[in-house]
Design a protein around this ligand. Structure first.
Ligand code: NDP
Length: 444
């Protein structure tokens, strides 16, 4: 059996009931085969892959808090500190009822390569809790965030582990967590990113993942003789990533016709009104059923359906495994040119294969959505120098990081004879830097 298969089998055996983690490890290891084969003796001797797929540390903790009715609630919190070879652990905090250890491990594992691809000095980590923010009052959110941080604060710090937002963790939650960290540790330091602008946040961080997604997609399309301008775009999700992907796509001259949340989806043939979407989701925190009140000619449908709409470019920006093989077939039948992942692992492996087999340009999340963490690293730099950059400076840095990132993954794919396979290119380019640092630091 090959070294890659041995390591994968062991991961499945030793980490039962973690299908998302198995999926992420398989996807990465499969595309690393040519690199592993070229270095098999050394990698085996150093147990390189075993060290790569096992987190340095995983922390699981209890989060007790009191709801508005005076009842005690208990959630489970996680922080997986996966790999610190190239810098302090960095990765978001997901608050969603579906959160479990396997999901946090899949996200933390992906984060290692994503962070490496940005070219910035940040290691990989991820955390979160099985807390459902939906329907909670502002006070309940605060009490939960404070209890969560009371425990998490023991394990993080500006030079050790710097969490950020993710599903369910936006500016409000980061603010409450930051306040509690400062109160407990007595440190005003860059321990979280995604902070508000009045207390150490970076301009462009809010927009960064969505904007970065469009910058890299634009570069990939230009490189292959296409232009985002004039294209029809389908987006799933209506959260942070989706909203700013829609905004930048419109700015670049595309027409975005869909968005969705976990209840249903919107089709707006005249193009999504991003100001209305922001008001619904960011200000009023309502459901997408409200969108019709702003745009009477739009359609709202219950359930899933974004990928049935004819489009040139598709941006899945909601959650993992939301774009299946059947969806990929619909997209191809409707003539899609490119799919770029705003979310983490939103496309199932068979759907990725189908898209690639049908010559659809496919950008994986670890490259396509790296703009968020890249700007988080820029926020860390600004905190260290106690300065705040202008919007223009942060935005132009973000753009150049995403353009460079595209050429790094394109180059890595070409180096191993897989021209245009950006999945392989991203995994290989991300892996090479981490492995170089791990080798230099000995068996730790
Ligand atoms: P948000 O919480 O802001 O938005 C998530 C969106 O996806 C919401 O519209 C939500 O709908 C929908 N959604 C969530 N879970 C499901 C589900 N199980 N089924 C259908 N729809 C769902 O999160 P973000 O926009 O921050 O994150 C979206 C994705 O992007 C995630 O995969 C995240 O890991 C990834 N990502 C985020 C980054 C960031 O900077 N924020 C950086 C890199 C990646 P509803 O409101 O109904 O729950």
């Amino acid at each position: 059996m090959s070294y890659v298969d041995e390591v994968y089998e062991r991961i499945v055996r030793e980490n039962p009931n973690e299908p998302e983690f198995h999926q992420a490890v398989k996807e990465v290891l499969d595309s690393l085969r040519p690199v592993v084969q070229a270095n098999e003796e050394q990698f085996r001797r150093d147990a390189l892959l075993e060290r790569l797929v096992n987190p340095e540390r995983q922390i699981k903790f209890r989060i007790p808090w009191i709801d508005d009715n005076g009842n005690v609630q208990v959630n489970t919190g996680y922080r997986v500190q996966f790999n610190s070879a190239i810098g302090p652990y960095k990765g978001g905090l997901r608050l969603h009822p579906s959160v479990n250890l396997g999901i946090i491990k899949f996200l933390g594992f992906e984060q290692i390569f994503k962070n490496s691809l940005t070219g910035l000095p940040i290691g990989g980590g991820k955390g979160g809790a099985d807390f459902d923010p939906k329907g909670k009052s502002d006070r309940e959110i605060m009490k939960f965030c404070q209890s969560f941080m009371t425990e998490l604060s023991k394990y993080i710090g500006a030079d050790t582990d710097v969490p950020a937002g993710d599903i369910g963790t936006g500016a409000r939650e980061i603010g409450y967590m930051y306040g509690q960290y400062k109160r407990i540790r007595g440190l005003f330091e860059g321990v979280l990113t995604g902070k508000g602008l009045s207390y150490g946040g970076s301009l462009v961080r809010t927009e960064a993942t969505g904007y970065g997604l469009l910058y890299i997609t634009e570069e990939m399309l230009l490189h292959n003789g296409h232009d985002i301008k004039g294209k029809t775009v389908a987006v799933s999700g209506a959260g942070n990533v989706a909203i700013y992907a829609i905004e930048k796509a419109i700015q670049l001259g595309a027409k975005v016709v869909t968005c969705s949340d976990s209840n249903g989806w919107v089709y707006d043939p005249d193009g999504i009104d991003v100001a209305a979407l922001k008001e619904i989701k960011e200000v009023k925190r309502q459901r997408l059923t409200e969108y019709k009140n702003y745009r009477p000619d739009s359609e709202y449908h219950e359930g899933k359906g974004v990928w049935s709409v004819k489009c040139d470019v598709a941006f899945p920006c909601a959650t993992q495994n939301e774009l299946t093989l059947d969806d990929a077939k619909l997209l191809v039948a409707n003539g899609v040119t490119a799919v770029a992942e705003g979310a983490n692992m939103p496309t199932t492996p068979d759907a990725v294969d189908y898209l690639q087999e049908n010559n659809v340009y496919f950008l994986p999340g670890k490259a396509a959505n790296a703009g968020g963490v890249a700007t988080s690293a820029l926020e860390m730099s600004q905190n260290s120098e106690r300065l705040q950059w202008s919007f223009e400076k942060a935005d132009s840095k973000l753009k150049s990081i995403m353009v460079d990132l595209f050429h790094r993954i394109d180059g890595a794919a070409k180096k191993y004879g897989m021209d245009g396979n950006y999945v392989a290119g991203a995994n290989i380019a991300g892996f090479e830097k981490v492995v170089d640092a791990m080798n230099a630091q000995g068996i730790v």
